[in-house]
Design a protein around this ligand. Structure first.
Ligand code: M6R
Length: 616
């Protein structure tokens, strides 16, 4: 979704602003812009619909000069993605510039009020009311104090925001504030920086500070950052985050795209996650804020998530119910938020699964669960994210920055993280013995090797991708936990190749989707050597009888599947049925990437999508 960057210091601002915006491209956006102010008070901006590359070209031609500036990538919510709606937006005097992430829910009323007061608004955005409100405060009660003017304006807003503001009348000063949308700042020898996430700052700082809701920070060219809370009291010890990954982790490093890189990084991610987790007392999960007795008392688990993380939740449910014998319900956060009748017990635990830790629906649902008295445990990738800050305990999956919009390494790492939770719960409540937990843990330790084997077989995915040429639709089937492998495989294909993919539990197919099948129609069947293997093979036969082009995802040596399918994506044998989905999904990630590339699409930045969906 939208991204914010800001810099004030001793260097020209535009180069870093443009680089920073490029780093934020992964969030998904459709227009971009920057505005800088020169030490003599000249505001100069460029903005345009399209990519940061197009903005760079415009900036090269216009050469905006100034050592203080703000930048933005916009993901359209209010108003089409056209130049006029791109940020930064200016006030009526053309001297105050603002970039904004989030949604101003009361913008219609504010807009009417501003127009009645004589303001002229020129865009269709909710954001544009902000510079005009700041202008009113600047000329009125704030009396030329930018931070005070921003505070006055913010007090009028409803909704969510991360805002960065510069003003021609105080060149060199940048004011930032937030409510509900993340914002971090960093102080360096070259000046002070702000951004909506740590990614752009990793190249300039190793420590960043998180603003809390309604904090207002004033950044100056000497690198000073003064933070005050909503009452105007100085914030002496802001929450610091040390960036524990190298800036190169967010670079391509020889890969053609981030999706390829992130698919390839999965074995190492799982190794990192499992390191030191088997200890003297069984599974080490100190991140849980509950005692052994409290864990043993848990009688219901509610998993909240969206998208790919929701699919993780479905597999986590299977593991928790099998290993810890605790009933689990998995809820789409967006649906859960409007289900007024939701029932919890006195010992219900809420598990929030979110790669970014910033998904608005997931955060609202987690807050609601907390309000209902549940202990909230987050599984997330992003250090210091809102989900982590607002939860009682957080397990970081340590997958490293995931830049491609389509989630890959976070998916598998989140599944393995949920398996650790299941084992820990099973040990706490006596559903499994220490020896059993150790056996399962050792099975998990095999995953990186099995993943590497799949990566070495990527030619199979490339070959299978040909069956999708010139096709408009496809079907993904699987049973049991691998119905979820089918859902996730279909989601990946839809996201990046824009090819319709229906995913169904294999046995349900005959109740409707079978009608889709005609000659050459691609069907992917996930059919491991498990207890439902023969049932799924029967479903493959049903598809073949109607002319489907069959692609099997099967265990090495499965001759039945080899005979029936045009292509087989082979998976090495696994010791436990719960391991197969973690390993087999690599084939479907690779397959969807090959299909998308065959079609000529940008696999990292699919249309209409955002990396973290920070609006409800
Ligand atoms: O950051 P989160 O895990 O909360 O994100 C949830 C979904 O928006 C996300 O998984 C989305 O479905 C991905 N683009 C899938 O590849």
């Amino acid at each position: 979704m939208c991204g914010v960057v800001g810099y004030t210091g001793i260097n020209q601002a535009s180069p870093w602003l443009l680089d920073g915006l490029q780093t934020l491209e992964y969030r998904g956006y459709d227009s971009a812009g920057i505005q800088v102010v020169s030490p003599s008070g000249n505001l100069h901006g460029v903005k345009c619909a399209g990519r940061v590359a197009a903005l760079r070209e415009r900036a090269a031609a216009a050469n905006p000069t100034g050592t203080c500036g703000i930048g933005h990538t916009r993901w359209a919510t209010h108003g089409a993605p056209i130049d006029r709606n791109a940020h930064p937006h200016l006030d009526g005097s053309g001297r105050i510039a603002v970039v904004h992430n989030g949604i101003i829910e009361n913008f219609q009323e504010l807009r009417r009020e501003l127009i009645a007061n004589g303001h002229e608004l020129v865009s269709d955005t909710d954001t544009e009311v902000i510079p005009h409100l700041i202008q009113e405060a600047w000329e009125g009660p704030a009396k030329g104090d930018l931070a005070a003017a921003v505070r006055h304006a913010a007090n009028r807003l409803e909704g969510s925001w991360a805002i960065a503001v510069i003003c021609a009348d105080c060149p060199g000063t940048m004011v930032v504030t937030r409510n509900g949308s993340p914002l971090v700042v960093a102080s360096t020898d070259d000046g002070a920086y702000a951004a909506s996430d740590v990614m752009p700052l990793a190249s300039v700082a190793s420590r960043v500070y998180q603003l809390q809701d309604y904090d207002i920070a004033t950044l100056t060219p000497d690198g000073q950052i003064k933070i005050v809370d909503r009452e105007g009291r100085a914030v002496e010890n802001p929450v610091a985050l040390d960036i524990d990954w190298d800036a190169s982790a967010a670079k391509l490093g020889g890969y053609s795209d981030f999706m390829a890189k992130e698919i390839a990084e999965q074995p190492e991610a799982i190794e990192r996650l499992l390191k030191d987790r088997l200890g003297e007392h069984g599974i080490e999960l100190d991140e849980l804020s509950l005692s052994n007795e409290e864990l043993a008392a848990i009688d219901k688990i509610v998993i909240i998530a969206c998208g790919t993380s929701y699919h993780v939740g479905l597999i986590a449910k299977a593991a928790i119910e099998r290993w810890a014998r605790i009933p689990v319900s998995v809820e789409f956060a967006s649906e859960f938020n409007y289900n007024e009748e939701y029932l919890v017990t006195d010992h219900t635990m809420c598990v929030v699964i979110t790669q970014s830790g910033e998904t608005a629906d997931t955060l609202s649902a987690a807050r609601r669960m907390r309000g209902m008295g549940c202990n909230v445990f987050a599984i997330t990738n992003v250090l210091g994210s809102t989900a982590a800050r607002e939860s009682d305990g957080t397990l970081y999956i340590q997958a490293g920055p995931e830049v491609a919009v389509a989630s890959t390494k976070a998916y598998t790492a989140q599944i393995v993280a949920s398996y650790l939770l299941a084992l820990r719960l099973g040990l706490a409540n006596g559903s499994m013995t220490r020896a059993e937990a150790e056996k399962h843990f050792h099975d998990l330790e095999e995953i990186p090797t099995q993943m590497r084997e799949i990566l070495s077989r990527r030619w199979q995915d490339k070959q299978a991708a040909r069956l999708f040429r010139d096709k408009h639709s496809s079907l993904f089937l699987g049973r049991n936990v691998n119905a979820t492998t089918a859902y996730e495989g279909a989601l990946k294909l839809k996201e990046i190749s824009y090819l319709h993919a229906e995913a169904y539990p294999a046995g349900e197919m005959k109740h409707g989707p079978i009608a889709l099948i005609e000659g050459g129609f691609p069907v992917v069947a996930v059919v491991p050597a498990d207890h439902v293997h023969d049932k799924t093979v029967s479903n493959i036969q049903e598809c073949l009888a109607r002319g489907a082009a069959m692609i099997g995802v099967a265990t090495d040596g499965d001759e039945k599947v080899a005979k029936l399918c045009s292509e087989v994506l082979w998976v090495p044998p696994v010791a436990d049925e719960l391991i197969f989905p973690v390993v087999a999904i690599l084939h479907l990630q690779l397959l969807s990437r090959y299909v998308a590339r065959d079609r000529g699409f940008d696999v990292d930045k699919p249309r209409n999508l955002a990396k973290s969906v920070t609006v409800e």
